[in-house]
Design a protein around this ligand. Structure first.
Ligand SMILES: [Fe+2]
Ligand SMILES: [Fe+2]
Length: 196
């Protein structure tokens, strides 16, 4: 179980819902990147059967989410954007240690866990604001259930990769990075991981 250090305020959801095409287009890219991230780990650690099985299944699930979100983005008339900066994920990736194991794998798996837990938190927050868009309310409620499993799945792999003690210690550090990565001036683009 991961307890994030900060709670997303309702103002984030209010702003996101006022600009739904922008949010859903960004969300579709997030799902695609979640699939790519999981598959990159499968490619990096092919000798770890638990990781290969869990993350290849997770990637397949993220790809299904991508297809659903893309369909909704098109329905809303959103402009497709397959490449865009995600300062939140970039800040987390920048904190990852490279070059030495188990540190490298531990950090990547913990970053995967944190992004999943934050996404789950935000999808849950969105649902009650979507009464005018029942299709999207249903989609985000459905996705929240899936993302709720993904955070613990990454965390369990992180603990296996580096041991429980190292994982817990590093998680505490990365939780601080995660909270800071969401600080930022308000008024920028609307995104799943935009500052509130
Ligand atoms: Fe997903
Ligand atoms: Fe996920």
């Amino acid at each position: 179980m991961i307890e994030l250090l900060t709670k997303t305020p309702p103002s984030w959801a209010e702003r996101a819902v006022s600009r739904l095409p922008e949010l859903v287009a960004d969300h579709a890219v997030c799902e695609l990147q979640a699939a790519v991230f999981a598959l990159a780990l499968v490619g990096r650690y092919p000798g770890d059967p638990a990781l290969v099985d869990r993350l290849s299944a997770l990637a397949a699930e993220e790809l299904r989410h991508f297809r659903k979100a893309t369909k909704e983005a098109r329905r809303l008339g959103a402009k497709p954007h397959t490449r865009r900066p995600n300062p939140y994920v970039s800040a987390l990736r920048a904190a990852c240690r490279g070059g030495r194991e188990p540190e490298q794998g531990l950090d990547l798996l913990l970053v995967g866990a944190l992004v999943e837990v934050r996404s789950h938190e935000r999808f849950l927050l969105l649902v009650p604001h979507l009464s005018a868009e029942p299709r999207l309310a249903k989609l985000y409620a459905e996705l929240a259930i899936a993302e709720e499993r993904h955070g613990p799945a990454y965390l369990a792999l992180a603990e296996r990769h580096a041991g429980s003690e190292a994982a817990v210690a590093r998680l505490a550090e990365l939780l601080v990075v995660e909270a800071r990565a969401l600080e930022g001036p308000p008024g920028g683009p609307v995104a799943v991981h935009s500052p509130a």
